[in-house]
Write a protein that binds this ligand. Sequence first.
Ligand code: UT7
Length: 308
Amino acid sequence: MGGIRIVGWGTALPDKVITNADLEARLDTTDEWITERSGIRERRVGGTTTELAVGAGRAALAKAGLEPTNVDLLVLATTTPDQAVPATSAAVSHELGLHCGGFDLNAACAGFVYSLVAASGMATGHIRNVLLIGSETLSRVTDWEDRSTAVLFADGAGAVVLQAVEGPGDLLGWDLGLDGSLRPILYADLGGFIVMEGREVFRRAVRATVESATQALRRSGVSADEIALFVPHQANIRIIDAAGQRLGIPRERTAVVLDRTGNTSSASIPLALADAADAGRLSPGDLVLLSGFGAGMTWASAVVRWSA
Ligand code: UT7
């Protein structure tokens, strides 16, 4: 069996910006509280999960120099599908003009790393190019009157193109986890809004990120010192800093976009990865640690060599 490498990446964000000042004007909150407690300054809202996924997918294919007909598999990580049936990947596939298999994967904010691991395992034989997209419209499942969640969640999409290669490839090791007994601390009922016990999720998120990242590093035979870039789920800057501190990875080697994007669940890791790549923060051979956690609770980490 061969491995994969990342050959393209792209993002899509809605045009509409909602700043903390906008929220301050209509909720019992302040810019100071939101910035200090979460690190978020503004977020993007609008569009459908399909529209954002198509935008990010198209950009990633262009970066990889591939046509839609070159894609052999589509994996869409989302926790906010546009319809109950069919899967949102059906609409995304149609809009992009793909002619291949595709499916949605819902592992909440760990969805992108779950999808990366799943897609890598499938990239063999006739499956050479995989389009992997994380796309979310969390604004549609957020109660805009609830200050405890309205200040956090937002919309966006990020994508990567994976290519099958001979030999072990660039996914060096990974860890996936799920503890379904923790469903009550973060959920949205069908047709309902996100309900979250913020403090409890925070506490468990730091632990899950550190333990899962440590497992992925160990299985990869890589130490935290060797990680050029840590790309954590973008939920809260205090969670990122606490996890980074425990792992021994400083902010300078960490990708952060949540100040501009808010929490975009499955889209947050590819948005942060693409932002770092576009800013020239990644060089061939760099080792990247991706780590997400979310509703379920789920958690997932992966160590990837950047060879794009
Ligand atoms: O990606 C999915 C995973 N989700 C997360 O990772 C979120 C994890 N949790 C968090 O990021 C943080 O817990 C929050 C940002 C949600 C909250 O920060 P916190 O430091 O844990 O605050 P808290 O929930 O303990 O609330 C502190 C106070 C409370 O008031 P009292 O009880 O101390 O009087 C809240 O009612 O802040 C109040 N509060 C607010 N005040 C102003 C809650 N939301 C707001 C708000 N503006 N928007």
